[in-house]
Ligand binder design. Sequence first.
Ligand code: ATP
Ligand code: MG
Length: 558
Amino acid sequence: MTTPESAEQAPHFIHEIIDEELASQKVGGVVTRFPPEPNGYLHIGHAKAICVNFETAQKYGGRCHLRFDDTNPSKEEQEFIDSIMSDIRWLGFDWGEHLYFASDYFEQLYGWAIQLIRDGKAYVCDLSADEVRAYRGTLTEPGRESPCRNRSIEENLDLFQRMRVGEFPDGAKTLRAKIDMASPNMNLRDPALYRIRRAHHPRVGDAWCIYPMYDWAHGQSDAIEHISHSICTLEFENHRPLYDWFLGQVTVPCKPRQIEFARLNLTYTVMSKRVLRLLVERGLVEGWDDPRMPTIAGLRRRGYTPAAMRAFCERIGLAKRESLVDVTLLENAVRDDLNAHAPRVMGVLSPLKVVIENWDEGKVELLDAPYHPDKPEFGSRSVPFTRELFIERDDFMEEPSKKFFRLAPGKEVRLRWAYFLKCERVVKDEAGNVVELRCTIDPETKGGAPSDGRKVKGTIHWVSATDSIDAEVRLYDRLFKEERPDLDDVAGALNPDSLKVTRARVEKSLASAKAGEHFQFERQGYFFTDPILSKDGAPVFNRVVPLRDTWAKVAAKG
Ligand code: ATP
Ligand code: MG
C-alpha cells in the first residue's frame, strides 16, 4: 500500500506535462472528457477519473465533456445513463452543454470506415470469433493473415454496405483494420472495427445492426470533440499505438494526446463492474445503491460526502504504477469532513437501563447541550434529564478490568452535559444477565467538579429512557473479508457481518431529523439518515464510519 496521507496536494504528473505543453505552445488549451460506458453504476474508481478530468479542465480554464461510450448495446441501459449523470453532479462537477454520446458519431465513424476500405486499410473478414482467436498468434508467435485479407476494395465496400443493411446474420462477418499480423503489439494484429449484432440500442434503437468496437470509436470520438488530452487508465497504454494509427489514417479535426494513469484500487474493495453487477443480480447486496457497495450511489446513501470523496482523490494523487490504496484513507477523509460539519448528539446503540434513586419520578431537567464544541454557530438543543436513563451496555462492567474507567459497581463516571453518576446496585434477571443499574447522581456536579475535588476518568453518553425515541440503526462493516478479495468466489469472499441492524435509543431532538442529514453520535461515529428508509418522525440511521478511536475504547482494551 502506498500514498502518504499527509500530502494534501500530491504531485500531479499530468499537470506537469500540460504545463510544459502550454509553455512550449504545443497545445492552445485544455479539453478533457470523462467517457463512461453506461453498463453499470459508477464506483469510487470512476470518482477518481472524474476528479482528474474535471479538475484538470478547471485548473487550466478549459472544459470537460461527459461522453457516454455507448457502443455495446447489449449491456447498456438508460438507468445507467441517468445514474451516471446524477452521480457526477452529486460529486460537484458539471459538463454544462457538453454532453455527448459515441452513438451520435455512428454515421461519421461509418464514413471513416469506408475511407479506410477505399485506402486499402480495412477489409471484411469471414472468420468466426474462434478462428480469429486462433489466427491471432500469441505474445511470442506472430499471427496468421486471414484468408479474406486481400479482398478487393470493391468487394469490401460491397460487403460492408451489405453488413450495414442487415444481409448477414450476427457474428457472420467483421470489418477489420489491415495493419500487421506480426506486430509485437497484439492490438495491431488486424483488430476488428465492426461486428454484426442485432441489439436494440437505448438511443439509436434499431437503426444499426453493426456496431463499432470500443477501440475504433474511442479515439475518433475524442478527436471529433476536439479533446486535447485523453486521460485514461493504464490498461489502454497498449492501445495507444492503435489509436494513433487510426488518427493517422482518417481525416480528423484534432489529434488528442493520450496520457495514462494507474487505476485506483482499494483494500477490501472490488471495483470490477462485472463483479458489482453480479453482486446486484445475485441479490448478494440490496442493489447498486446498497450502502456497503463501493458505488458512488452506495457511498452517497451511506452518508459519504462529495467533499470527502474529492479530498480523498486529491490526497492519494496520481500514480503511474498500479498500487493498492488503504481504504482507511478514504474513511479518514470522511471523518475529517464530518468532524467539522456534523452536529453532535447522543444515541445509545445497545441500551442498558439506569434508574437514579435520588431523582424524583416525573422530574425533568432540561440541560443545554451545544451541537459542536468548536462551532458556537451550530447552536444547542435541550436534552431532558429524567429518573430513568439508558446508557451503553459496553459502558458498564460488573467486574471492571484494570483500565476500565467507566461505570462499575461502586464507581463513578460523568454523564455528558450532566452529573456524576455512581452505580449503587446491579439488578439481574433469572439467567443472571444485568438488566438494570440502580444509581445515584451528585447534584453538586452539574457542569463542574464537586467541592471535595474528586475526579472521574470517564465521560459517557446517555439518553432519557422516558423522553427519547426508538430508532433503527444500520451498522456497516467492510463488504469483503480480505484486503484483496478472491474474485473467483465472490459470494464466499463477502464479510457475513457487513450489516448489523439494531434498535437504538436516540435523543428526542432527532425525531425531526430529515432524510439526508449527518450527525455525530458522540463516541459512536458518524451517522446519516438514510434517504430511502427514513420516514417523517422515524429516522433510520446509517453509520457512515465509526470514530477513529475514542479514548474510552483504547482504555477498555488495556
Ligand atoms: P469496464 O471497462 O470493465 O466495463 P471500466 O471501469 O473501465 O469498466 P468505464 O465506463 O469504461 O468502465 O470507465 C470510465 C472511465 O473511468 C474510464 O476512462 C476508466 O479508465 C476510468 N476508470 C474506471 N475504473 C477506474 C479506477 N478504478 N480508477 C480510476 N479510473 C477508473
Ligand atoms: Mg472501460
